[in-house]
Design a protein around this ligand. Structure first.
Ligand code: HSE
Length: 430
């Protein structure tokens, strides 16, 4: 067997601990598969004096992650610190500059600096791997970059954030309000340290920006992802969606055509019979369409110690096997800058929820607002009057444009009978 591969692990949260566990528990199995032993040489975290439930005494303890790559007996650094900049980014750049390969689970860093890091890895002749950054236990980066490499891909979409999928699932299955399910995921520890990353769709957008580059060979362009989260979704929307034959999901969607790249993360209403509509709880799912494969569908756990650490260790094994191809599956210099497609270019149907006073003439005023913006109604539902004299009116439209629906909602919002900002959700035919 060839010489062992020596690893340094930076960051000992759940995922870091999971990586240590897998590399120790599956030592022999992994050595067989990798063709060489993989040994942990050094570990690094902010706080040394914490019981993490694993024995770390056999590893060198290093306080500063940016110095790990300077150690002679470290071949690769595994960065599990997180954060788009700061120590994680410094450690990543130093690792690549020292001609050592980098494995990372850092979605924010790859989404923001993917093209730069890919360049650096290539210039230094080493590997950059980030399977764990997207959809945890689903090997979607390898599936797209290697398994589907023969195809011209047209779109990738999916559920990329497990926490919000759990929230939407339980708002429907248990009839919980947004605030109730938010409290539950806080207690369960599902939320990111900054909950806005989950709730406002930013975490999903990081993953989508990475997938765009892997699928289409474009430079990572997080700044041009259109992002909306789930904070405005209420129980009433979940109920109406069901009544209309839809289910609400927070999807990331990326499409590339003729140099134009559309990247969007927002809640959608989709046919509740679609396979992806049946993906519940904290699971992630991805759909990849290509010219020779038609459609492929992937489902699995997108977060948590085991699935994420499994993806990290798979990347380490890849490097141990000597696979050091380009980070985004084509030479870094060939990654293209795509033209971003604005959300305003969207055409499609919309669900609109209005909370209005239950009084004569309201429906006529609403339809007049829609007519002025040339938005045609497909269905209109109104539930019996609430005790406080207000009702929810729900409309689905025929195909229209993003600008027309915005125009209509601005007009309707000016009516004195409207007591809450109207909400629209895009209906996607997937
Ligand atoms: N906050 C993320 C999620 C963790 O809920 O999917 C995994 O990236």
């Amino acid at each position: 067997m060839s010489e062992s591969l020596k690893v340094a692990v930076a960051g000992l949260g759940n995922v870091g601990v999971g990586v240590v566990k897998i590399l120790e528990e599956h030592k022999e199995l992994i050595a067989e598969r990798a063709g060489r032993e993989i040994v942990i040489k050094a570990v690094c975290a902010r706080n040394h004096n914490v019981d993490r439930g694993v024995d770390l005494s056999g590893y060198i303890w290093v306080a500063d992650a940016t110095t790990l790559a300077d150690m002679d007996d470290v071949d690769i650094v595994v960065e599990l610190i997180g954060g788009e900049d700061g120590i994680a980014f410094e450690a990543a750049k130093n690792t690549l500059n020292k001609k050592k390969s980098l494995v990372t689970a850092n979605k924010a860093m790859v989404a923001h600096h993917g093209a730069e890091l890919a360049d650096l890895a290539q210039d230094n002749g080493v590997a950059l791997r980030y399977e764990a950054a997207v959809a945890g236990g689903i090997p979607i980066i390898k599936a797209i970059g290697e398994g589907l490499a023969a195809n011209k891909l047209s779109q990738v979409y999916g559920i990329m954030n497990g926490t919000t999928n759990y929230m939407l699932t339980h708002m429907e299955s248990r009839g919980l309000s947004y605030d109730e399910i938010l409290e539950e995921v806080e207690e369960l520890g599902y939320l990111e340290a900054d909950p806005a990353l989950d709730l406002d769709g930013i975490d999903a957008a990081h993953k989508l920006a990475i997938l765009s580059s892997v699928a289409f060979g474009t430079k990572t362009d997080f700044d041009n992802v259109y992002i909306e989260g789930i904070r405005k979704i209420q129980g009433v929307d979940i109920e109406y969606a069901k009544e209309l034959g839809y289910r609400i999901k927070l999807l990331g969607m990326t499409k590339f055509e003729d140099g134009n790249l559309s990247q969007r993360v927002h809640p959608v209403m989709i046919d509740r019979n679609l396979p992806i509509a049946g993906v519940m709880d904290g699971f992630n799912a991805l759909v990849v369409d290509g010219d020779y494969i038609d459609r492929t569908f992937y489902q699995g756990r997108g977060a948590g110690e085991g699935p994420t650490a499994s993806a990290v260790v798979a990347d380490i094994i890849d490097i141990a096997r000597g696979h050091s191809g380009p980070a985004f599956f084509k030479p870094a210099a060939k990654l293209v800058s795509a033209n971003p497609v604005s959300i305003n270019a969207r055409k499609g149907a919309y669900y609109v929820r209005l909370h209005v006073k239950d009084e004569a003439g309201v429906i006529a005023d609403i339809t007049a607002g829609l007519k002025s913006a040339s938005v045609s109604v497909e269905t209109m539902l109104q539930k019996g009057s609430e005790q406080d004299g207000t009702v929810y009116v729900v409309i689905t439209t025929h195909e229209t444009t993003e600008t027309a629906i915005k125009d209509a909602l601005n007009r309707i919002n000016e009516l004195s009978s409207v007591i809450e900002n109207p909400l629209s959700i895009r209906i996607e035919n997937l």
